[in-house]
Structure formats: structure tokens, C-alpha cells
Design a protein around this ligand. Structure first.
Ligand code: NAG
Ligand code: NAG
Ligand code: NAG
Ligand code: NAG
Ligand code: NAG
Length: 394
């Protein structure tokens, strides 16, 4: 045996001995290395494989730096990021402003989910990212596969049912997930920051335009399965649409989500270090369908015959809110200036949540990203999130 072979054998043996213990990530550095450890917080890496073969990376801040809150029975919380993002968004501001750190310091066991396609969740045991099958999913699969696996991992590791906090697409995943008993049986409560389900009253003109015309036209003509606005087909769609509309593409994020009220603009470069991350063109298409149809429905295969094959009806079925469990604790936080979780669409969503025990916090001045990275988020929202969790019996 050469020295190298010996080393590999040793590493393999250690790997096997560790069994189900936290795994060290072998791919690109995650938020543990790039952000969390640098602030002196503990941070651990996990992977979990979904039923359809995707290998998801999760990170965990098991406890904070506030020893007075360092109890032994820390309640787990899963934080789920939005579209074209990764979990970095939860820790990208300072520890006194970022929800990930704040919850850890408040005594929670904080877990960060990364859905398939994002930087921390690359890979599938059956397919390579060059295969069309690898990108054959939309937010529904993020709910029925990714969310289920992440919740199982947390439950199996901590022996407690976690709370869930989602932002934007993270809420879409939860709203689909709540129709699944596999999901609800593993959850203590759900917090929806800027909930996205009904989206036919969204306000950013550029996004409306993308959903109605450019997006699918271009996606169909190029035939790429991966969507990332920075590279490849995503960039072409955005460039073309910006050109035709005479929009300055350097502010495209702002243009897509609408204005925010409390974001410190000098930190934009920090945020853009982690954005955008990839999703599937099918997922973008599914969201575009919701904008056009005004429904919160399953993926539309485009014609009655195809839809018949999948759903036994000619149009895709709407997600069935009536299957939500009775009295399920749900906190919803919405903003009066949110262009994507806009006021009329939130008003349509609310009566559908009748099965749940809903608390609704409305902040008239807030936009789509303010509850995520706004400088007021702690006092405006996170204090209430903590109180909401505390109000839920174990
Ligand atoms: C919190 O508790 C963990 C073990 O449960 C311990 O390792 C850690 O040092 C404690 N942190 C503080 C800040 O007291
Ligand atoms: C730590 O906990 C104490 C007691 O609850 C609290 O007053 C203080 O603000 C907390 N500090 C941080 C940084 O979270
Ligand atoms: C995509 O998934 C659907 C089922 O949801 C399947 O019928 C179809 O053949 C798949 N297409 C590809 C390219 O994997
Ligand atoms: C969690 O535990 C259950 C029951 O032992 C098992 O069926 C499941 O595969 C486990 N899931 C994960 C992600 O560890
Ligand atoms: C905005 O962010 C910059 C860079 O982190 C910081 O120096 C400045 O104090 C922040 N301003 C406010 C109002 O938070």
C-alpha cells in the first residue's frame, strides 16, 4: 500500500465509523465555512438523500453564544429559503440582525434547509445534472421529497418535531407540504414570511411580463432544463426581456421582486455573493402558470390529453387546503408593499387557511425581502416569531 492508499483507507474507515454522525461537506464551501464559524458560532453539516435520489446539504447551529439561554432541550427550527437562493440568506446580516443567529441565541436548535439545485444541494444518486431527469421538478417535488427528507433527518436526529420558517418559495413549499400527512406529522408549527401561493395580483411589471410572455417562450426555444439568471438560458431570458423593455439589468433583483423599505443597500454586494442559485426551468414555468391562471394548482402539462394522463382530469388540480390538519398553528407575516406576496393575493389565501389556527402580522411598509434581510426585521417580526413558538405546547 502506498501512503496515499493508506490515507484513503483510513478516511474511509473513519467515514464508516462515523455512521449517521454529521457529514463533512465535500463540495463548495457552505454557510458554515463562509459565514457562521467566522462569527464564533458552532456549525455542523448534514446530508440527506431524498426518495427520488437528490442529495441535500443541511447546516445546523445547534446552540448560540448566549449561555443564559443554553438549555439542554433546545427546540429545533428548520429555516427554508426562497427561489434562486440558498440558506445563506438567513445569516447574511450581522448576528444581531440575522434570524439564523438570533434563534440560536434565543435557545433554539437551528437547521438550514437547501432545496435541490441550490449550491449546497448538488447531486443525485441516479442522474447527473446534464440529464433532463435531474431538472424534472417544480416546487411540488420540493415539498413532497425535499421537505419530507429534511424534516425526517431533523426528527431522527433530535427526537423532536421542528418548527418551520419559510420565506417566499419556502412558504410555497410549506403550503403544498401541509396537504401531506408525512409533512404535518413531523412539524410543530409553520411560519410563513411573505407567503407565495396565489400570485395573479403581483405588481412588479417586469415579473408579470416574464410570467406572461418571455419566460416560457424563451425556455421553450432554448430547451435548457436548468435556470439561473446569471448563466446560460436564464441570463438570456433576462437580458432579452430587459433589452425589449429598456430596463437596466444591473438592478434586476429589485426589478423582479419590487421595492423594499428597510434594506441596507450598501450590503447588496454581500447578498449578491450568494445569489442567484439555480433552479429548474420547470419550476420557473410552474410559477409562471400560477401567475397566468390565478390558481394555486399542480403543474400544467400544457394540454388536456397530457393532463388527463397525470391527473385524470383536463386541467391540473388545485392544492387542497381542506386537507390541512385542524388547528394547525400557523403564523403568517405579510407586508403592505410586497410586490410578490401582495395584499390582494394574501387576502385570497387567508380564507383558505380556515383549518389552521392562524396568527397574521401585517406590516404596511414592508416589501418582499424586508422580513428576510431588512434592518428592522428583528423588532418588526423576529420577536413575534419567538413568542409564537413559545406559545405552542410541546
Ligand atoms: C452550550 O451547551 C453546549 C452543550 O450542550 C456546550 O458545548 C456549549 O459550550 C454551551 N455554550 C455556551 C455559550 O454556554
Ligand atoms: C441573552 O439572554 C439574555 C437573557 O434572556 C437577554 O437579556 C440578552 O439580550 C440575550 N443576548 C443575546 C445576544 O441574545
Ligand atoms: C418528468 O416527470 C414526469 C412525471 O412527473 C414523467 O412523466 C416524465 O417522463 C419526466 N420527464 C423527464 C424528461 O424525465
Ligand atoms: C428516519 O427514521 C425512520 C424510522 O427509523 C426511517 O424510516 C427514515 O428513513 C429515517 N429518515 C432519515 C432521513 O433519517
Ligand atoms: C449599512 O451597512 C453598512 C455595511 O455593513 C454599515 O456600515 C452601515 O452602518 C449600515 N447602515 C445601517 C443604517 O444599518
Amino acid at each position: 500500500m502506498t501512503m496515499l492508499q493508506l490515507l484513503i483507507a483510513l478516511l474511509l474507515a473513519i467515514d464508516l465509523a462515523l455512521g449517521s454522525r454529521p457529514l463533512k461537506s465535500t463540495s463548495t464551501p457552505t454557510l458554515c465555512e463562509t459565514i457562521v464559524l467566522g462569527y464564533g458560532y458552532p456549525c455542523q453539516e448534514y446530508t440527506v438523500t431524498t426518495e427520488d435520489g437528490f442529495v441535500l446539504g443541511l447546516q445546523r447551529i445547534p446552540y448560540g453564544k448566549n449561555s443564559s439561554k443554553n438549555s439542554s432541550n433546545r427546540v429545533p427550527v428548520l429555516l427554508q429559503h426562497g427561489l434562486l437562493q440558498g440558506a445563506e440568506v438567513w445569516v447574511v446580516n450581522s448576528p444581531l440582525e440575522s434570524l439564523g443567529f438570533i434563534l440560536a441565541d434565543e435557545g433554539y436548535d437551528v437547521w438550514f434547509g437547501n432545496t435541490r439545485g441550490s449550491k449546497a444541494s448538488q447531486g443525485n444518486i441516479y442522474f447527473s445534472n446534464q440529464d433532463p431527469e435531474y431538472w424534472n421538478w417544480s416546487f411540488e417535488e420540493l415539498a413532497i421529497y425535499d421537505l419530507v427528507s429534511m424534516l425526517e433527518l431533523i426528527y431522527n436526529t433530535t427526537e423532536s418535531r421542528p418548527h418551520f420558517i419559510g420565506h417566499s418559495q419556502g412558504t410555497t413549499i410549506a403550503l403544498v407540504g401541509l396537504t401531506q400527512s408525512k409533512v404535518t406529522s413531523l412539524l410543530s408549527s409553520v411560519v410563513l414570511l411573505s407567503p407565495v401561493a396565489f400570485v395573479n395580483n403581483i405588481t412588479p411589471p417586469f415579473t408579470i411580463l416574464l410570467a406572461h410572455t418571455y419566460l416560457e417562450k424563451f425556455l421553450a426555444s432554448v430547451g435548457s432544463n436548468e435556470f439561473n439568471p446569471d448563466t446560460g438560458v436564464g441570463a438570456e431570458v433576462v437580458r432579452e426581456a430587459c433589452k425589449l423593455q429598456g430596463i437596466d439589468c444591473s438592478t434586476v433583483l429589485q426589478v423582479v421582486m419590487g421595492d423594499n423599505s428597510y434594506i441596507n443597500k450598501t450590503r447588496f454586494p454581500d447578498y449578491l455573493q450568494f445569489l442567484p442559485q439555480s433552479t429548474s426551468t420547470k419550476n420557473m414555468g410552474h410559477f409562471a402558470q400560477l401567475v397566468r391562471s390565478g390558481t394555486f394548482s399542480r403543474y400544467d402539462y400544457g394540454n388536456p390529453i397530457e393532463n388527463m394522463k397525470y391527473y385524470n382530469q383536463i386541467t391540473p388540480p388545485a392544492y387542497d387546503f381542506s386537507t390541512y390538519p385542524r388547528d394547525f398553528p400557523l403564523l403568517m407575516v405579510t407586508g403592505g408593499k410586497d410586490g410578490l406576496a401582495d395584499v390582494p393575493d394574501v387576502q385570497r389565501l387567508l380564507p383558505n387557511l380556515g383549518n389552521c389556527k392562524v396568527t397574521h402580522i401585517f406590516k404596511p411598509e414592508s416589501g418582499h425581502a424586508d422580513f428576510l434581510v431588512g434592518t428592522q426585521a428583528y423588532t418588526d417580526v423576529y420577536v413575534d416569531v419567538n413568542n409564537f413558538f413559545k406559545s405552542i405546547p410541546k
